[in-house]
Design a protein around this ligand. Structure first.
Ligand code: HEC
Ligand code: HEC
Length: 503
């Protein structure tokens, strides 16, 4: 407990004692009516007052005042600490609340726990294909942006990317306090600068690998798309092979010759005349035999390799009329037959529904899937992710392939997501290097026009753009272009700049 509370406790206790004293003395007076009332009784005489009594009263007042002064001084000494503690406590609460908002407003779903970066499912507009759009790490965000710039991204989102506008002004649901607390949380999870800088090497090699494995990646994607189309085409056939099973299953579980009360209840029907159930597991002997056949048929028809829905081996029931536990779960625990059948019904129900929809709407699903495939094939042909390192080396780096490779790796890791259209959506979706996306296009010698002096170009990359501040010859900053001086070495920035100037 702190000093302030002690003082307050004493003060309150003193006041209460004093009030009690006043009350009791006035009561005693009431009990002696013959005495002169207090207001009429003569008080202490002047002589007496101006002698001992006054001195005593004044002395005690001086002592009390001195004590109070001393207490105030002592109290004051701790004041600075107390304030700092209060600020700290507020800050800690902000960080905690911020972490809560980070989850509540789904930041965590795209940027991952601890802000290490992740991805967002996204339907890419031109191809109609679902892809994963890279969501940047936020645990190093303040090495790239000022606080206001981060607030503005959170509040207004990024159009044309999955980053939603989360703040009230942007049309989202976060109040400014919630945004501020999220910022406090983001501050608390920043990795040390050295660690952020150390990530550069792996980022560069990943970006370079992405180029060399691009063709394989798109081919794999094409194979997936082929499979999806084949599945959509096969759906009506598969559905017709299982379409009669739901009725058959009802007949078996609740039919006159084969039902038990427990099995009929699985399909919410009554059973008036239960059939023989030797192992008393809730499924009649006949039903067990017939369900094995049904499950085998369902499994055969649907199989396990489909992109529409896959059925696992638990559809292969093997019920035996004299064994109440004919299957075991993953840990080897026996599963009662009634339970296996109920699980079979659940899985089969989902599969049946999926294939019914796929079959009925085949003509709705097929065209977009085929358009997606056509897009991928074109993309594989155009191979826009490919980079001609030799030409870049010749044009910008005096023939030095290593410099050219590193420059491209750096540009792709740190700049491409804003300056190369579709980069974040993956190789199949990206366009030419520097083609412009959320940030302007950098191609066709534009850099030489904007920054006639290379030093100015380098400074710009080091510091980034600020809101409403001019840069270069005719640039007007919006604060959306980050500064990279805290993440990339000057040598690396020079490599990027030389590369950009050759675009
Ligand atoms: C649906 C996924 C998604 C959600 C939810 C989401 N983000 Fe993002 N965020 C992204 C993507 C994707 C980007 C990168 C956009 C781009 O390519 O420029 C991004 C970018 C950012 C950036 C800029 C990072 C940079 O380096 O340019 C910040 C800051 C940010 N998000 C913070 C947040 C916060 C805080 C929340 C929660 C309130 C949030 N995001 C919710 C997907 C998401
Ligand atoms: C988060 C998105 C983003 C990233 C990442 C980014 N930029 Fe930018 N860049 C922009 C925006 C937006 C502008 C326009 C200025 C503004 O609005 O502040 C810009 C402007 C520029 C310009 C000036 C273009 C002109 O003609 O006016 C250059 C050069 C540039 N960026 C280079 C880079 C380099 C190099 C990197 C990587 C080291 C990079 N940018 C990373 C968004 C980004």
């Amino acid at each position: 407990m702190d000093f302030g509370a002690v003082v307050i406790t004493f003060a309150v206790a003193g006041f209460l004692l004093w009030a009690a004293y006043l009350l009791t003395t006035s009561r005693t007076k009431d009990l002696q009516p013959e005495e002169t009332p207090q207001n009429l009784a003569p008080y202490v005489s002047d002589d007496e007052l101006e002698n001992n009594r006054l001195t005593r009263i004044l002395a005690s007042a001086v002592v009390a005042a001195a004590a109070l002064a001393a207490v105030m001084a002592v109290y004051y000494i701790a004041e600075a600490d107390r304030q700092a503690e209060a600020v700290e406590a507020f800050h800690e609460r902000d960080v905690e609340e911020g972490e809560h908002w980070y989850e509540h407003f789904s930041c965590i779903e795209c940027h991952a726990a601890g802000g290490v970066g992740g991805g967002a499912e996204y339907i890419e507009a031109r191809s109609g294909l679902t892809t994963t759009w890279a969501a940047p790490s936020l645990n190093d965000i303040f090495y790239r942006y000022s606080e206001e710039e981060v607030v503005s991204v959170i509040v207004f989102g990024r159009q044309g990317t999955p980053m939603p506008a989360a703040g009230l002004e942007g049309g989202g649901a976060m109040t400014s306090q919630e945004v501020d607390q999220t910022i406090a949380y983001l501050r608390s999870i920043q990795i040390p600068q050295a660690e952020a800088v150390a990530k550069v090497e792996s980022a560069v090699s990943q970006a370079v690998n992405r180029i060399s494995s691009g063709a394989d990646g798109v081919q794999a994607r094409i194979a997936e798309q082929d499979e999806e189309i084949a599945d959509i085409e096969a759906a009506p056939g598969i559905y017709s092979a299982i379409a009669d099973l739901p009725v058959t299953i009802d007949d078996v579980l609740a039919g006159a010759e084969t039902c038990t009360e427990a099995s009929a209840e699985l399909v919410s029907l009554p059973c008036d005349d239960p059939a023989v159930d030797t192992d008393r597991d809730g499924i009649s002997d006949d039903a067990e035999r017939r369900l094995n056949v049904i499950a085998a048929r369902a499994f055969d028809a649907v199989g396990s390799g489909s992109t529409i829905i896959t059925l696992d081996g638990s559809l292969e029931l093997s019920l035996a009329a004299d064994d109440a536990f004919s299957m075991a779960d993953a840990t080897g625990e026996p599963i009662a037959d009634l339970e296996s059948v109920s699980e079979f019904l659940r899985l089969f129900g989902t599969a049946e529904l999926s294939y019914r929809i796929a079959a009925e709407r085949q003509d709705r699903f097929l065209p977009p899937a085929e358009a997606g495939l056509a897009y991928l094939e074109e993309s594989s042909e155009a191979a826009e992710w490919e980079v001609d390192f030799e030409t870049i080396a010749d044009v910008a780096f005096g023939g030095d392939i290593d410099d050219a490779t590193r420059a491209v790796g750096l540009f792709n890791s740190y700049c491409a997501r804003c300056h190369t259209a579709g980069y974040s959506a993956g190789v199949a979706f990206q366009q030419d290097e520097g083609s412009g996306a959320w940030g302007p296009a950098l191609t066709d010698g534009r850099m030489l026009v904007q920054f006639p002096d290379i030093e100015e170009h380098i400074d710009f990359i080091i510091n980034g753009a600020n809101w409403a501040e001019n840069y270069g010859v005719n640039g007007l900053g919006s604060g959306r272009m980050p500064g990279f001086g805290q993440l990339l070495s000057r040598e690396d920035i020079e490599l990027i700049v030389k590369y950009e100037r050759s675009m």
